[in-house]
Design a protein around this ligand. Structure first.
Ligand SMILES: NC(=O)c1ccc[n+]([C@@H]2O[C@H](COP(=O)([O-])OP(=O)(O)OC[C@H]3O[C@@H](n4cnc5c(N)ncnc54)[C@H](OP(=O)(O)O)[C@@H]3O)[C@@H](O)[C@H]2O)c1
Length: 214
């Protein structure tokens, strides 16, 4: 499968490309600077330029599936949260619908299913993720939404706690590497289509955890 990864130079994206390559897929690494092209190639991806604040659609052409794992990050303002996490994600969904790309995996955030349950400074981010997720769910695309809790750069464990249809408030953080593995598991398991899955660190082997969708 040709899989375009938006946010390919990010913490999850960098770990996802080699996993897709090793699983026999053809990853397309969508980045916003050509200085990142060599790193994308080294991870087994075909680099393409795409900026969610400018033009991203052409970078998705020819993909069979798109993974959105971009984000404005915590050190920018809420303007970037709206332009990247919300509007950028919506524009990527629209581009997929236009190009006939059916499959979309969104890396969202824990809590995005119910922003009213979250208060404090993180709430605008959670609202942005919620609206982006809702747009995807209302689109004709075959979508899976992963909602990880706090991410770490620890080595992956190959195991998670996956919550389908529930969104527990607390639990262990999750390594970015395990989220990357969960993305591949979703792409390879059609039963995950239509599901929003909260992810914590846990004990269940990732592919087995994704089987819970069936
Ligand atoms: N941090 C957490 O604890 C946490 C928890 C739950 C969910 N999440 C979500 O998980 C996802 C991935 O997280 P992460 O830690 O891997 O993120 P990250 O390391 O911050 O990477 C985000 C990527 O998005 C790219 N990006 C930013 N603005 C862009 C734009 N306008 N156009 C195209 N790409 C753009 C960045 O590009 P550059 O490399 O060029 O800067 C970067 O590569 C994000 O959606 C985040 O919101 C994070």
């Amino acid at each position: 499968m040709n899989v375009a990864v938006i946010g390919a130079n990010g913490g999850i994206g960098r770990r996802l490309l080699p996993r897709l390559d090793q699983a026999g897929h053809d990853p397309i690494g969508v980045v916003r600077s050509d200085e990142q092209f060599d790193a994308i190639r080294e991870r087994g991806g075909e680099p393409r330029l795409g900026d969610l604040e400018e033009e991203v659609a052409p970078a998705l052409e020819g993909a069979d599936a798109v993974v959105f794992t971009a984000g404005a990050g915590g050190s920018t303002g809420w303007d970037k949260t709206i332009l990247v996490d919300l509007w950028g994600a919506e524009r990527a969904v629209t581009a997929c619908a236009e190009f006939g790309i059916d499959r979309f995996v969104m890396v969202s955030s824990r809590g995005a299913g119910d922003p009213e349950s979250r208060q404090g400074p993180i709430k605008p981010y959670i609202v942005a993720k919620h609206v982006a997720d809702r747009s995807l769910q209302r689109s004709p695309l075959e979508e899976t939404i992963l909602r990880p809790t706090r991410l770490t750069d620890e080595e992956g464990t190959g195991r998670v706690a996956a919550h389908f249809g529930t969104d527990p408030e607390t639990g262990p953080p999750i390594p970015r590497d395990d989220v990357a593995q969960a993305v591949v598991a979703c792409l390879e398991n059609k039963d995950t289509v239509g599901h929003a899955v909260t992810l914590y660190g846990g004990d269940t082997p990732i592919e087995e955890a994704m089987q819970e969708a069936s």
